[in-house]
Design a protein around this ligand. Structure first.
Ligand code: T1G
Length: 692
């Protein structure tokens, strides 16, 4: 055995050379790994005893892509294309042996091998689009030659890995070998290649899968049309489609050169920097400074949910989807029946769309029990309260739970802003109490704010974070304050949006600016969707806000086909002359001189106070890191991922610019814009949130 370098060694198994890459955690294509590929293949090719070469990786996975941590830094060592040429042009058959996830540059390395074998659990993918780039080492040129342009674009635009079984059916993989016996399987395959004198197949030479699409731009036009809505605001997707079109229309080397040029351009783009920030932020968010990964977690085998309304039902579905039995409590037969039927309908709709079998619907519904007595939750390991937002009611429920729940049970509230410490104080076991703040629709939205109370125990937090992963959520640990992280920052935007429509803008102006910025919806369209009458009552209404007046005129939002907007029979919104008059009359009655408000002011006044509030949240330690706030907003409120989240975006703008604007607005409009001390300090030190 000869060490090629610190991350690779070369062994000779009778007449087969085996190059083993070993660079934890995921054998990413760092400079050392690229060097090892170039030098390892040169050594194996030069060794007369080696008749074929197997490329395999140690550890949990085959090469999972380029080393993202190296992006943006000066490149050292061999380039990836250089290492790939050494493999593709080997005069000896090269077999890539794949386990774990062959992703991005890792898959592109496998695609220059002459043959590929994999274990059944292996996965393949080109997830570069999630980093704001396109595959940059031949993926857009070689994959279409193996599976056709449409399937290749589906894989590239989704970034979703596909299975070894799928890869085998597409001919991407030449053999599936026994799980756990990859090395032996690959060596046997190599011997078979030698014995049969099979050719040095180069994917670059294939044409049969791309020829049918040649001279048919309509193929790509259709793909563009199908993805336009999903990729609104993103840059890379259009470039990916163009690259695959080049693969079909141009000679291989020309297409490859164009791909590389596009890849390098996108790599230097603000969008890719932002999405790379999000990649690492999504991994950081799980790490809790004072809770070690080894902290014991509590067993969760049975879950209780109090309230079968929209939130309770959605929350229950998360656990049913993870195979956990759920007992759901309601106060009346009718409310319980309604709640259970909504859950069943949701599953049946999913089955209708072919995303679940009828048997699976029954399996999940079979795990669900509806009851009317809270006492029936006594044997649950976790109980989540999801009733309407009233502190008195919640404290009453937690006092009851304290009396009936078994020792060690975790008691959680789904409140979206109330004080978890006050709720915990209603029990004699505050160490077992925390907030689990789901986002509506709770079975769809990925974000979970895990709210840590003053007395919440570390095993309870560790259990909640692990459980979040189990139910497919991304969890952010937040502290107790009004609205926690997401809603606390949202309140800043909502306040300014309300003020702006009095001062001179119209609801559709504010929504347009935020929609064009990349948010899925503006505050007024969002209110119409949620319903303007949440928290409103005919009895107490007093025409004191635009919202109240709209409700008084039975404009409750989409459900009444009228709210801030008028809605047609297809629920398409259009600006409303009725609302315009209501706003003008209301402002006049308040003696407000309306003025023309520029889009830039709308954007600054809606987003900068949010960033400022984010800074206060960090100052108070209600979030561990600025990137956690980015994760909250991207996964809970649809903040455009290609800007990296509000805090990363602020750094991109320059905190000095944000501070200057806040000071300007504070001078004109008062303390709502008073900059936080942290913002002041960071600007004074010439730093950003990323430096915290
Ligand atoms: N580069 C650097 N670090 C990486 C990495 C990568 N590609 N992939 C993972 N890590 C780190 C990660 O930060 C974490 O570190 C640890 O490994 C475990 O990861 C030319 C240019 C492979 C499916 O986009 O999807 O190739 O937090 O917690 O859940 O066309 O990681 O422990 O310090 O995610 O088991 C394309 C990215 C790159 C794959 C494993 N490749 N990685 O998931 O573990 S672009 C990707 C993943 C490219 C070419 C282009 C996942 C995983 P730490 P983890 P996991």
């Amino acid at each position: 055995m000869a060490a090629v370098n610190a991350v690779a060694d070369l062994t000779l198994e009778s007449d087969i050379a085996v190059l083993t890459i070993d660079s934890p955690p995921v054998n990413a294509l760092s400079a050392k790994v690229r060097d090892a590929l170039r030098d390892g293949f040169a050594q194996a090719i030069a060794d007369p005893a080696a008749k074929a070469i197997v490329l395999i990786c140690a550890g949990r996975t085959f090469i999972a892509g380029a080393d993202i941590a190296e992006f943006g830094k000066p490149m050292t060592g061999a380039s990836l294309p250089e290492a790939q040429l050494a493999i593709e042009n080997s005069p000896k058959p090269v077999i890539a042996a794949i386990h774990g996830t062959a992703l991005g540059g890792g898959f592109e390395v496998a695609l220059v091998a002459h043959y590929r074998v994999a274990v059944p659990s292996a996965k393949f993918g080109l997830p570069e689009i999630k980093l704001g780039i396109i595959p940059g080492a031949g993926g857009t040129q070689r994959l279409p030659r193996l599976i056709g342009p449409e399937a290749a674009l589906e894989a590239i635009l989704s970034g979703t890995p596909f299975s070894a079984k799928q890869a085998a059916s597409w001919g991407v993989v030449d053999a599936i070998v026994e799980e756990g016996a990859l090395r032996e399987g690959a060596l046997a395959f190599a011997r078979d290649v030698l014995a049969k004198g099979l050719p040095l197949r180069k994917v670059r030479d294939l044409d049969d899968k791309i020829a049918p699409a040649r001279g048919k731009p309509e193929t790509f036009a259709a793909i563009r049309k199908a993805h336009a809505k999903k990729f609104r605001g993103f840059e890379a997707w259009e470039r990916a489609i163009q690259a695959v079109q080049d693969a079909v229309e141009l000679p291989f080397d020309e297409g490859l050169a164009r791909e590389r040029k596009t890849f390098l351009e996108l790599l230097a783009s603000p969008q890719s920097r932002a999405q790379r920030h999000v990649f690492f932020a999504e991994r950081q968010v799980w790490k809790i400074a004072d809770i070690a990964d080894t902290t014991p977690t509590l067993p969760i085998a049975k879950v209780g949910v109090i309230g079968a309304g929209t939130m309770g039902g959605g929350i229950a579905m998360n656990f049913l989807n993870a195979g956990l039995p759920v007992t759901i409590v309601e106060t009346s037969e009718m409310a319980l029946a309604r709640g259970l039927s909504v859950i069943r309908k949701n599953y049946e709709n999913t089955a209708k769309k072919g995303r679940m079998s009828a048997a699976e619907v029954e399996t999940r519904m079979g795990l669900l029990t509806g009851v009317l007595e809270i006492g029936k939750l006594a044997d649950c390991d976790l109980i989540i309260e999801a009733v309407f937002e009233n502190m008195g009611v919640k404290k009453e429920i937690f006092a009851k739970l304290d009396a009936i729940a078994k020792a060690g049970a975790i008691l959680a509230s789904n409140t979206s802003y109330l004080d978890i410490d006050e709720i915990a104080a209603a029990t004699k076991r505050p160490e077992s109490v925390l907030g689990l703040h789901f986002f509506s629709p709770a079975n769809v939205m990925k974000l979970l704010e895990v709210v840590r109370g003053d007395k919440t125990g570390k095993p309870v937090i560790a259990t909640a974070m692990a459980l979040a992963k189990r139910i497919g959520k991304i969890a952010a640990l937040v502290g107790v304050c009004h609205g926690f992280v997401g809603n606390r920052m949202l309140a800043q935007r909502q306040r300014e949006a309300q003020k702006l429509i009095l001062e001179g803008a119209m609801p559709w102006d504010v929504d347009r600016v935020l929609y064009d910025f990349g948010l899925p919806m503006g505050p007024f369209a969002m209110s119409d969707l949620a319903g303007l009458d949440i928290g409103w009552s005919k009895e107490t209404t007093s025409s004191s806000t635009i919202r109240e007046i709209l409700c008084e005129q039975d404009r409750r939002g989409q459900k009444t086909s009228a709210g801030f907007y008028d809605y047609d029979e297809n629920r398409n919104a259009k600006p409303s002359p009725v609302v315009e008059k209501i706003i003008l009359d209301f402002a006049a009655a308040k003696g407000i001189n309306r003025r023309v408000i520029a889009d830039a002011e709308i954007l600054e006044r809606c987003l900068y106070p949010m960033i400022n509030e984010g800074a206060k949240i960090l100052e108070e330690g209600k979030a561990q890191r600025a990137s956690d706030i980015d994760i909250v907003w991207i996964n809970g409120y649809g903040w455009p991922v290609y800007t990296g989240g509000p805090m990363f975006w602020a750094d991109t703008l320059g905190l000095d610019k944000v501070l200057e604007a806040l000071r300007r607005y504070e001078a004109e409009m008062g303390e709502d814009f008073r900059p936080s001390a942290l913002l002041d300090r960071l600007v004074a030190e010439g730093k950003g949130f990323k430096d915290l």
